[in-house]
Design a protein around this ligand. Sequence first.
Ligand SMILES: [Fe+2]
Length: 272
Amino acid sequence: MEDAHRTEGPGRAPAARVLQLTDTHLFADPAGALKGVPTEPALRAVVAEAARREPPPELVAVTGDLVHDGSLEGYERLAQALAPLGAPVRVVPGNHDDPARPCLAPGPVACCGEVTLGPWLLVFLDSAVPGEDWGRLGDAELGRLDAALAGHDGPAGVFVHHPPLPVGCAWLDAIGLRDGAALLELVAAHRGKVRFVACGHVHQRSERVHAGVAVLTTPATCVQFRPHSERFALDADAAPGYRRIELLPDGRFATEVVRVRAAAARAAAGGG
Ligand SMILES: [Fe+2]
């Protein structure tokens, strides 16, 4: 089953397909669970469904909270779990990650940096602040984005763990991106180049348009948080999922969130 949402719907063949997965929260223990949900079986079910239904993507983007306990084993198994998607993987760290480790995972996994796909530039930003749940890009990351956009003549997308806009959950908005306004100002200064900012962290789907830029959040591959909650609350009715982003040659994009009910069921059963 799926719960799909399309924010832009042009009907042209994409220049590239990106699958965004986020907040995988793996543990050293393959049976490790977050809020009662075994995270690795849930991830493997999401990956299996994406591999079954999607054409091979050009890139898999994983937007943080890759591993919940900072374990090297978790990063190693993340790379293994994503292998069925058959694409290079690019990650950014989240607040639960060990800042030194996402780049150490074996296989075709890279951390942060930039990727060019056809006319598109994709910039992967590090918003993690060691020891804090909130995020900040700081001058170095903002400067890197500024330079990357200045040197690129075409459409662009940004991937970052912490959303730059509130999602309407007080407890999550309090641990958002502290310099989100600076990110959005920088994006606006490069008039029209950045088409979307895709984020994780909030374990729920949201889509907003800010000054012509789509700000997207994507369901976690494990447990979901309840929209519009003042305090921490799970959303037991929402299934894990992923986001498909089709990058079109003319600079437009199309995106859908695909929910994977089987991931919830398999995770609940503790099976892989
Ligand atoms: Fe998370």
